[in-house]
Design a protein around this ligand. Structure first.
Ligand code: UD1
Length: 417
């Protein structure tokens, strides 16, 4: 069952609950490696990437238990094999997040280089450079990063560019290093802040997470903790963009509206009425959306993980939108698929010029990566007739219960063989 059939043309109406954030859960699961005491996590989404991470940690000797209510307990009392194989890293690049914690806790780590992926080159040089500045020796052998360090030392690290997992890797390593680490040009993403909160609950001394300067005082060891994973801002934004494109009125509960400023501003600009009540967001749109241009950049600017969804929205908007991608060099694979549905898109370097059309027509399309798939699903929801999205295993990596949630909003979706 690797295809999703969507019969488009219906507005979305209803209420769904947002899951825990994939991009917060993955680094936080890796944080368990830093302590010999259990880490108890709530609001962990049921996703392919989360099971992959559990498998990866399991291979190292971490005990991972999931209870039916979504609680996950990770116990890294003993780490028997501080390594991440190519087989797992190539399916999930976030696996590289084990490098910093393993090195800090075990003094050694062997982690596969991730290689390229559908959206671009995605090097990890900043992770490596930072750990080297902290005293690690890292060599590349047979496609693997072979890292060792007696005990990492605090250092002042100025990152050449803003990297989310790079910041997270170094923050985790620094938590157990000797002395103070100052990370400059750090990523300010809310998921970095959530990780810092979890590390602090484990006993780490971290200041400044959420700003571009994070100061970490290393401690000799960390303890156990309980932590609730923050809500998924990208899942939230995806349903909001879907409703803005298809029309209707939806309520998303259990989310974190304060992490969505850039997305909400753009949806308002498109003509949606948005109301926030605590952790709920209501969106209503009564007319065809207006064209809105977006430019991706590190948080708090517009997220690259929302780019494909907004391109889908632009396809049916009234007017012409410019969608500019500044984070990944090859993140327009969905544009070609959207054209198969009748979209008017012209690619000019890292900008897509999207002229909205009155209606899209259903067709067979192919998902190339997680967020591209989300864009195709949105387009399918507004297209006339049936759209079949192939390779939806990409969606299972990052959207918990996608068909269930879309059905709850009145969409006609069905998983087919
Ligand atoms: C994270 C998110 C991903 C999101 C991305 C950008 C997770 C698990 N994934 O990915 O969903 O799309 O942030 O918001 O949180 N770069 C380098 N050298 C490095 C590291 C990165 O050149 O050492 C470049 C990348 O190629 C890219 C840019 O920096 O062009 C940003 O990448 P980065 O923030 O690291 O993305 P991820 O952390 O992999």
């Amino acid at each position: 069952m690797d295809k999703l059939k969507i019969t488009g043309g219906r507005p979305l109406r209803g209420e769904v609950r947002i899951s825990g954030a994939k991009n917060a859960a993955l680094p936080i699961m890796c944080a368990a490696l830093l302590s010999a005491k259990p880490l108890r996590l709530r609001n962990v989404p049921l996703l392919r990437d989360v099971s992959t991470m559990a498998k990866l940690l399991g291979e190292m000797g971490v005990r991972v238990e999931r209870s039916p209510d979504g609680e996950v307990v990770l116990d890294a009392a003993r780490i028997v094999h501080p390594a991440a194989s190519y087989e797992l890293v190539k399916t999930m690049r976030a696996s590289v997040l084990v490098l910093g914690p393993l090195l800090a806790r075990c003094g050694e780590a062997k982690v596969s280089l991730p290689g390229g992926c559908a959206i671009g080159a995605r090097p990890v040089d900043q992770h490596v450079k930072g750990l080297q500045a902290m005293g690690a020796t890292i060599s590349i052998e047979h496609g693997y990063m072979q890292a060792s360090a007696r005990r990492l030392r605090g250092a002042r690290i100025v990152m050449d560019l803003v990297t989310v997992t790079g910041t997270e890797n170094l923050m985790m390593a620094a938590a157990l290093a000797e002395g103070e680490t100052l990370l400059e040009n750090a990523a300010r993403e809310p998921e970095v802040v959530d990780l810092a909160r979890c590390l602090s609950a484990m006993g780490a001394k971290i200041e400044g997470a959420g700003s571009d300067k994070i100061r970490i005082q290393g401690v000799p060891s960390l303890g156990g903790a309980e932590h609730r994973v923050m809500p998924d801002r990208i899942e939230t934004g995806t349903y909001l963009a879907a409703a803005a494109a298809a029309g209707g009125k939806i309520r998303l509960t259990g989310t974190a509206p304060e992490s969505l400023d850039a997305t909400l501003d753009k949806l308002r600009e498109a003509g949606a009425r948005i109301e926030i009540h605590g952790s709920s967001i209501d969106l209503e749109i009564a007319r065809r959306p207006g064209a809105v241009s977006v430019r991706t950049a590190p948080y708090p600017a517009f997220a690259t993980d929302m780019q494909a969804q907004f391109m889908a929205l632009a396809c049916v908007a009234d007017g012409t939108a410019l969608i500019t991608e500044t984070i990944f060099e090859n993140r327009f694979m969905h544009a070609i698929e959207l054209q198969r549905l009748g979209a008017d898109i012209r690619l000019e370097g890292n900008t897509a010029v999207v002229k909205g059309v009155e209606r899209l027509q259903g067709a067979a399309v192919m998902a190339t990566d997680l967020r591209a798939s989300a864009g195709l699903v949105i387009a399918g929801l507004v297209a006339e007739g049936d759209t079949v999205v192939d390779r939806i295993y990409h969606l299972d990596r990052g959207y918990e219960g996608l068909e269930k949630k879309l059905s709850a909003l009145g969409a006609r979706v069905e998983r087919i063989g």
